[in-house]
Design a protein around this ligand. Structure first.
Ligand code: BGC
Length: 269
């Protein structure tokens, strides 16, 4: 178990936590002493494996199935969480998907699917968490905030992305959802922030790093010359959830190896 235990006694819900960035965030939160809900929608066996890893580190964890785009499933997930852990201190809106297509052939189904999961899902989960934060208020022994929300965004809240208009629009939407929630909730001592990962090695972008050729091409977009690991994001999430970042409100932390630095200009444009 991590000696620091920055999140000791707190309960965290991480959506889409059975793989990729969500998995690493859930494990990092467990290592920091939090009780963790590992939300998933498919592949329960993967969620169970994440739960096991967290339990092995000495923290409590449960897996709960819920589709973040479905209001009733989200409400019932929060009730299950309260039955198990009593409350919620940290929400990580992580669940996200890509359904890529050129614009002219993008189906309405692909558009709605991505917006519903990536953006509406963050709204629905945040609303449930905020109800509980407001009802419960601050518990000083646990945290100086009444609750923390971390929205998983992307460098694509800034960088336009041809062939991915649904995804980029969802991430641009997350930025304003996050900032508007942060502005509305800060006086109630609820902190809302976001993380904007760059290219992180996960199943969502496997094609972009799986072969040496693809990885080489991807590295031309990353000044730091390393494709990110999910653990890079787990560490940022723990910090953003802890009181060490208490004065951060409405900010996106980009963890992207410099992807946002216009690498195309590094050779004089
Ligand atoms: C996307 C990945 C992509 C990365 C950088 C992420 O938000 O999900 O597929 O590799 O942005 O472009």
């Amino acid at each position: 178990m991590n000696a620091e235990q920055k999140l000791k006694g707190q309960s965290a819900l991480v959506t889409g936590a059975n793989s990729g960035i969500g998995e690493a965030v859930a494990i990092a939160m467990g290592n920091a002493g939090a009780n963790v809900v590992v939300n998933y929608v498919t592949h329960p066996e993967d969620a169970d494996a994440v739960v096991k890893k967290i339990q092995d580190s000495g923290a409590k964890a449960i897996a709960i199935k819920a589709d973040v785009s479905k209001e009733d499933e989200i409400q019932s997930m929060f009730q299950q969480m309260y039955a198990e852990f009593g409350t919620i201190d940290i929400l990580v809106n992580n669940a996200g998907i890509q359904k890529d297509s050129p614009l002219e052939s993008m189906s309405l189904e692909f558009w709605n699917w991505v917006i519903n999961v990536n953006l509406t899902g963050q709204f629905l989960c945040s609303r449930e968490a905020v109800k509980e934060f407001l009802k419960r208020g601050i518990i000083p022994e646990r945290s100086c905030a009444a609750g923390k929300i971390i929205c998983m965004s992307s460098v694509h809240q800034v960088i336009p992305w041809a062939g991915h208009v649904n995804y980029a629009a969802s991430k641009g939407g997350i930025e304003m959802l996050m900032k508007s929630m942060a502005q509305e909730l800060a006086p109630k001592k609820i902190r809302v922030n976001a993380i904007g990962p760059g290219a992180i090695k996960t199943p969502i972008n496997r094609a972009a790093w799986e072969t040496p050729e693809a990885a080489q091409k991807l590295l031309t977009l990353i000044p730091y010359q390393r494709i990110g690991d999910p653990e890079d994001i787990g560490k940022v999430a723990v910090w953003l959830a802890s009181d060490d970042s208490d004065y951060l409100v409405g900010t996106t932390i980009f963890a992207d190896g410099g992807m946002l630095l216009y690498p195309g200009f590094s050779t004089n444009g």
